[in-house]
Ligand binder design. Structure first.
Ligand code: FES
Length: 344
């Protein structure tokens, strides 16, 4: 595993600078291209100033820095830029991820977390010790698994990332210890690097158990797969979604579900970029691919695939559509347009 292109979003704030620093560290470790990006609506000069200051700071850690100013809404701009640049990793601060109001209304990192086209690192820039932690390399990673094939991808990535940056991954299962033994045996059968430590806890919901373990045992980074993240923020129950709002430390959400039409399994959907447009692609149980515009007709946000319910969910105001684009509930009153009408 190696990250070749890393995008980090910034708004020029001091907390965003912490995320930029972490992105520069990882870019250095991977010999990667680092793109610092900001979104703007009107003041292009201000955006250029922000980027110039951020690039100067990042180059102290790593010289291969590029900058991009993208006109538009921040979340959409970062997601589209990451797709267009072929980024392997998108880095953002967690500003706005915590607190009930943010949870209900959504925030830039929250919106990004439901449509990121690549791995997503959410840097916990809001905690009191964030500046202190930002300057240090990751040492311990808590890698959550349920034994599924998709979670194994996250285990593999964490192992290789640990080797590259000198951090120790610890495998974690949230559930009964006897089930944990079975899961760890399954992981070992499929893939378990020699010497990877194992931990489990059955206290509380899985997301709570993951966050509590990370806090109590002082992990620097939680790693888990993105299964269930693409359903929009209304898909409250998924573990990565809940962890993303509660994590006491940095969180790496590994892209373990498909993002290319050719990769889609029967019954699976994904938002893909085709000729600059966001397409909601769904392969039905017979193998036929259906292509729709991913742009929500209500106010134009990009919908995400909800794997559990096989629906397209809009992260902005809650509209939902069935797999073929028909409205299930509003505020949208019309279904997703055909892909022919898609234009970004
Ligand atoms: S933009 Fe989709 S529900 Fe409002």
């Amino acid at each position: 595993m190696t990250y070749r292109t890393i995008v980090v979003g910034t708004d020029g704030s001091s907390t965003a600078r912490l995320a930029e620093g972490r992105a520069a560290q990882l870019a250095k470790a991977h010999d990667a291209r680092l793109i610092i990006a900001t979104a703007y609506r009107g003041d292009a000069d201000r955006a250029a100033e922000v980027l110039a200051a951020s690039a100067d700071a990042a180059r102290e850690a790593w010289p291969r820095v590029e900058v991009r100013a993208v006109r538009g809404e921040p979340a959409e701009a970062m997601v589209a830029l990451s797709r267009d640049e072929g980024a392997d990793l998108l880095v953002v601060g967690n500003k706005g991820m915590t607190g009930r109001v943010a949870f209900l209304l959504g925030s830039v990192p929250d919106l990004i977390s439901h449509s990121a086209p690549c791995d997503l690192l959410i840097v916990r820039t809001s905690s009191g010790d964030a500046a202190d932690r930002a300057g240090k390399a990751y040492r311990r990673m808590l890698v959550a698994t349920d034994g599924s094939s998709t979670s194994l991808q996250a285990v593999r990535l964490a192992h290789r990332l640990g080797e590259r940056i000198g951090a120790m991954p610890v495998l974690f299962y949230a559930g009964h210890p006897k089930t944990a033994d079975i899961v760890f045996a399954e992981v070992a059968h499929a893939y378990l690097p020699a010497g990877m430590l194992q931990r489990s806890s059955s206290r509380g919901e899985p997301a709570d158990a993951i966050c509590r373990m990370a806090q109590v045992e002082d992990y620097d980074l939680i790693v888990l797969g993105n299964r269930g993240m693409l359903g929009g923020r209304f898909h409250f129950g998924t573990i990565p979604n809940r962890v993303s709002h509660q994590a006491p430390t940095d969180l790496l959400i590994v892209k373990t579900t498909s993002s290319e039409i050719d990769d889609l399994a029967n019954g699976e959907g994904a938002v893909v970029r085709i000729d600059g447009a966001s397409i909601a692609a769904y392969r039905d149980d017979a193998g036929t691919v259906h292509r729709l515009s991913a742009r929500c007709p209500h106010m134009g946000c990009i919908v995400g695939w909800n794997a559990d319910d096989r629906t397209w969910d809009c992260p902005c105001h809650g509209s939902r559509y069935d797999a073929l684009g028909a409205v299930i509930h509003g505020p949208a009153t019309t279904g997703l347009a055909s892909a022919d009408e898609a234009a970004d």
